[in-house]
Design a protein around this ligand. Sequence first.
Ligand SMILES: Cc1cc2nc3c(=O)[nH]c(=O)nc-3n(C[C@H](O)[C@H](O)[C@H](O)COP(=O)(O)OP(=O)(O)OC[C@H]3O[C@@H](n4cnc5c(N)ncnc54)[C@H](O)[C@@H]3O)c2cc1C
Length: 237
Amino acid sequence: MSRFEKIVLKTLRAPTYPLRVCAVEDVADHYRRIRFAGPELLAAEETPPAFWIRLWIPADGEEYQRAYTVTDVRRDDGTFACEFALHEGEGVASEWARRAEPGQTLRATVYGSKRFAVPAPAPEGYLLVGDPCSLPAINDILRALPEPVPAKVFLLEDHDRLPVAGGDVRWCGSPEEVLAAVRDLGPLPGWHAWVATESALTRQVRGLAQDALGVRKQDVTSQGYWTRGRAMGRARR
Ligand SMILES: Cc1cc2nc3c(=O)[nH]c(=O)nc-3n(C[C@H](O)[C@H](O)[C@H](O)COP(=O)(O)OP(=O)(O)OC[C@H]3O[C@@H](n4cnc5c(N)ncnc54)[C@H](O)[C@@H]3O)c2cc1C
């Protein structure tokens, strides 16, 4: 059984909740914020920064699983938002988000989201590397960082320069620019690195953080958020 099949089997047993679209907002030309009503999900789950869910996206009579970050949680009215980067390519999730309207329903499975917490004592600083699709998580992490922990944020630019919740921000026009900018930081002893962008770039930045910046292995958190030229996590249910 492949690793992918094992994950699918586990997610089949993981809790799944109904969601209803209650508002759609165009934050920028290629970025949509969709507010979901999900009172059952919020009653059952904690939602720390960078918490994510597996949305089941209907397309062509099937359902495809895609990961999205839960942000702007309003427990009083049982709603939260997901922010969708409307990327190039034939993505079912991106296409669904382009057409989403209030009243539509979806299901979301919760499985595999790790808990983000600032370690105690707090690190010397935070290096956050991402792109528009990890920006909701980065913004929530920035909001959760205690003062006066410094944060350096490197974002791979896609279409839009979106609002960033804090830190020393640099938008980069290419993966090469991201790598050069990270390398140029020099040693960052005692820092924590959080990296979530295209899979190959994520691996490269992780390697650089450890080898060029001297961030300890256990202080690097990284996850590929999408893979160039390939659909991410197709599954049918
Ligand atoms: C833990 C986690 C949390 C995530 N949270 C968010 C979030 O909050 N908001 C968000 O927008 N995304 C988020 N993502 C990324 C999102 O799941 C992927 O971008 C996913 O591939 C989108 O599915 P799709 O059906 O649109 O495209 P797919 O069918 O997966 O891919 C189709 C094509 O589009 C390309 N593609 C996919 N994503 C991107 C992209 N971001 N930029 C450029 N090209 C792309 C692929 O290379 C492929 O060629 C998250 C991913 C993970 C793992």
